[in-house]
Design a protein around this ligand. Sequence first.
Ligand SMILES: *Cc1c(COP(=O)(O)O)cnc(C)c1O
Length: 408
Amino acid sequence: MRATDHVGPFGDVEGQLLVGGIPLDRLCERVGSTPFFAYDRAQISSRVAEVREALPERVALGYAVKANPMPAVVQHLAGLVDHLDVASAGELAVALDTGQQPTGISFAGPGKTDSELRRAVAAGVTVEVESRTELQRLIRAGKELTLRPRAAVRVNPPFAVKGSGMRMGGGPQQFGVDSEVVPSLLGEVAEHDVDILGFHVFAGSQNLSAAIIEEAQQRTVELVLELAQHVRGTVSYVNLGGGFGIPYFSKDQRLDLSAVGRRLTSLLDGQLVPALPEATVVIELGRYLIGEAGVYICRVVDVKESRGRSYAVVDGGLHHQLAASGNFGQVIRRNYPMILGNRVTDAPGGPVTVVGSLCTPLDVLGEQVDLPRVEVGDFVVVFQAGAYGFTASPTAFLSHPAPAEVLV
Ligand SMILES: *Cc1c(COP(=O)(O)O)cnc(C)c1O
């Protein structure tokens, strides 16, 4: 996809990008300062509707809060999805504040502290245990509070998912309990100490291939059915993960969501539901629900030439939007889609390198980007900034102010 292809869902008027129907120059006045992140409420809603349309009706749709934990965003999504997945006590507090039922919240992540486990047990959410010792500590927390913890075992599968931007399963991992150890682990726990509801398998993220996602889901369901035989009670929870990717780079093709949905329907109807009829099947998505609905907006502070190369220096940078600089998990640095948000319809004016204001050569937002002729005061808009933007950036680096965030 080209950068200008990303304008479509936002819209534009008189050369200004629209976010939530508001022209960028006016939105900027409303926010009061640049840089800022803006998330388009209507786009979030329509994305959830698309996903619901494509996935089997019986799937409980989950939002992985770590993709974007802004409370207003989580509140908006809580009203649209069935499930929230959190990965810290801080995210748990945001999720509970939305009014989401605790039975519709799961808590994953390695290194949960005793205090986090106690808070999760007291809240009544499902703890996705990542190790034997964590399960033991969870049981202890339950005894101390005289509450029976709700738990699922996060399983590190025997397979890896190819083509994932970030691999989180297969081989040795800090995530989950190795699948071959799960039967003995389940054999050790006394039923009255903890309620083992089922399993969670999340093997990787940012996958754009329907075929690979389908294969991962197939193998995950087979694994879960095998492990389910070792659960004493009823399996009521099967979290199949997600990993649906979004197109960041010009060569990326959109994920064929309807293909994933069709295949999942036959997988559930044919295999999972007959064997585990009482299980709630969760698909948890982060970036797919929020990534494309967000933009990062900064203002051009300086335009300069250096030995034949044009530079636009903006008032933001990698301290707010690390991923666009190529330093958040990318192997090869490629440009995120970006435009001049106040010159949406202007013709290209030749390549310009967009750099942030940090005193480090790492702070490149776009290398040799084909933008209209840039002037001081213009708005640089980075697309695909709704997930892992502000939340995944080293905000303290170089002591600039934090960016604002708005849900429009
Ligand atoms: C990060 C994470 C997700 C979300 O991943 P996306 O790529 O944003 O969809 C889902 N589940 C778990 C357990 C995670 O850690």
